[in-house]
Design a binder for this molecule. Structure first.
Ligand code: GLU
Length: 511
């Protein structure tokens, strides 16, 4: 087999949807698994839909996820340029070649004439009117006009497009590595435009020419391109490139969490989770989206999660780092049916990856979020807090709120519990315990623990009365990490002033 060469070929028409990221990932994994080449090709022939910043967004997303490119617009390579707008001169020749061979033709129809054709067809009972073999001989094109008329129109600059001539009633088949044999009846195909009036190729033309010239061996892309493949197969045939036709793989749709319908970019806002890898600032709020990165997902977790949306390794294994993914990936194990997008699973993966990181690594990762909250990011302190708190977060962004009491004493107290525990005798005991604590010169967690426990035991008190009050004074709630260690990290001065502040407040609410 030829050396495997795959391409990720996004159009920069907006931020890259998470489905696009999965396509990139599967291409990457397939390339790496087969010692092949992973290529980025920017398909920007549609000038109308071009969105500034989208190309940078695509590249940054791949970078964030560590999907390193072997060839691409910035990486270069032997088959460049890798941006279709820089290749515009290449395509015209191939479109003309199709015309020359009789597989395509010039069409001069104006938008009004096209509308009139559709109207007429609809009147005749055609449900989805299209420019095809049934109408082409009634239209204004090089099949119906004389050679001299065509020449004159071309010379005088009348706008034209080049259309492919889809055959009548023929079965067009190809073999898809996931779906098996796929067939289309050519009657369902229109005479698609290959070269537009602005001289730019359409997606179909540019895509096939580039896949051929870039020696692409496998096309792995979203299911939405399945129906276009019939035209692509025709193009390979018409250009005499059938032998070099890549193998096709169409990936299953990503479905909404409910399983009903395709996951859309609006679902992010509707369900409150990200459907884009990175945040995107659009022109309006509606067009702006938060990304996996900004939600606090780790790139490794995002990849692991996405890999399993539509690919089933066939074992119980769920945790896959990149080398594992590369090793286990195979196209045969891509599923045919739509794959549900389960954000809770994504969070679970994130938690697993957080737990696998060192405290120091987590400190570095949460630092931007802690900084944003305006809290202390002194590295040693942050690392200690991470040691205690990393088991308690699923997303990095949850850290500042969940660990709030390490950074500020402005948290709410669990007043319900205080109402039960802040009673005459207990108050006295707690206060005298605090005076014991204030005597400590070694404020280590071990020493704090021994002091508190021996106080309670020596006075025959109940843990259930004393402990909750201390915890609520120090952290605001009954939940939280090890109290002794929390106290050690915060230090004696801070702890004593928290007690004073809290007790004053407890007194005030229970008066
Ligand atoms: N430019 C197409 C897209 O935006 C590429 C589809 C393909 O891979 O052929 O997805």
């Amino acid at each position: 087999m030829n050396q495997v060469r795959v391409r990720f070929a996004p159009s920069p028409t907006g931020p890259l949807h998470i489905g696009g990221v999965r396509t990139a990932l599967y291409n990457y994994l397939f390339a790496k698994k087969n010692n092949g080449t992973f290529i980025l090709r920017i398909e920007d022939t549609d000038q109308v839909r071009y969105v500034p910043g989208a190309e940078e967004y695509i590249k940054e997303s791949l970078k964030w996820l560590g999907l390193e490119l072997d060839e691409g617009p910035e990486e270069g390579g032997h088959y460049g340029p890798y941006k279709q707008s820089d290749r515009r001169n290449i395509y015209t020749g191939y479109a003309l070649k199709l015309v020359e061979k009789g597989y395509a033709y010039y069409a001069f129809d104006t938008p009004e004439e096209l509308d009139a054709m559709r109207e007429e067809e609809t009147k005749n009972g055609v449900l989805a009117p299209k420019y095809d073999h049934t109408v082409r001989m009634k239209m204004k094109n090089s099949l119906t006009l004389s050679d001299s008329e065509v020449k004159e129109m071309l010379n005088s600059g009348v706008p034209y497009v080049i259309r492919i001539k889809a055959p009548a009633n023929e079965t067009i088949s190809f073999s898809d590595l996931v779906r098996g044999d796929v067939s289309f009846n050519s009657d369902d195909l229109d005479d698609k435009v290959m070269l537009k009036a602005d001289g730019m190729p359409t997606y179909h033309m540019a895509n096939i020419v580039d896949d051929y010239l870039m020696k692409i061996t496998h096309v792995i892309r979203g299911e939405e391109w399945l129906s276009s493949t019939a035209h692509h197969v025709l193009l390979y045939r018409y250009l005499g490139w059938e032998k070099s036709m890549p193998k096709f793989t169409h990936l299953p749709l990503i479905l909404k969490p409910t399983g009903k319908g395709k996951l859309s970019k609006r679902d992010g806002a509707n369900f409150g989770f990200p459907v884009f890898p990175l945040s995107w600032v659009g022109e309006t709020e509606e067009e702006s989206f938060a990304g996996f990165r900004e939600f606090g997902f780790l790139p490794e977790a995002t990849l692991n999660f996405l890999a399993l949306v539509g690919w089933n390794p066939g074992t119980e294994q769920e945790m896959f780092d990149m080398p594992d993914l590369i090793n286990s990936f195979s196209i045969e194990k891509i599923v045919k049916s739509g794959a549900r997008f389960n954000i809770d699973k994504a969070k679970w993966f994130n938690q697993q990856y957080i737990l696998h990181k060192t405290d120091k690594e987590i400190a570095t990762l949460v630092k931007p979020f802690v900084e944003k909250a305006g809290y202390n990011t002194e590295p040693i302190f942050l690392e200690k807090v991470c040691k205690l708190m990393k088991t308690r977060i699923e997303l990095l962004t949850e850290f500042p709120e969940k660990a709030k009491f390490f950074f500020t004493s402005e948290y709410d107290y669990d007043e319900k519990t205080i109402a039960k525990k802040w009673k005459e005798e207990n108050i006295e005991n707690v206060k005298s315990l605090v005076s014991w604590i204030s005597e400590l010169s070694d404020f280590s967690k071990e020493n704090i623990e021994v002091t508190i426990k021996s106080f309670i035991e020596s006075k025959n008190l109940s843990f259930g009365n004393i402990f909750p009050v201390l915890r609520i004074a120090v952290t605001g709630t009954l939940q939280g990490p090890d109290l002794f260690e929390t106290m050690e990290i915060l230090g004696k001065n801070d702890i004593l002033s928290r007690f004073t502040e809290a007790f004053k407040y407890f007194d005030s609410i229970l008066k």
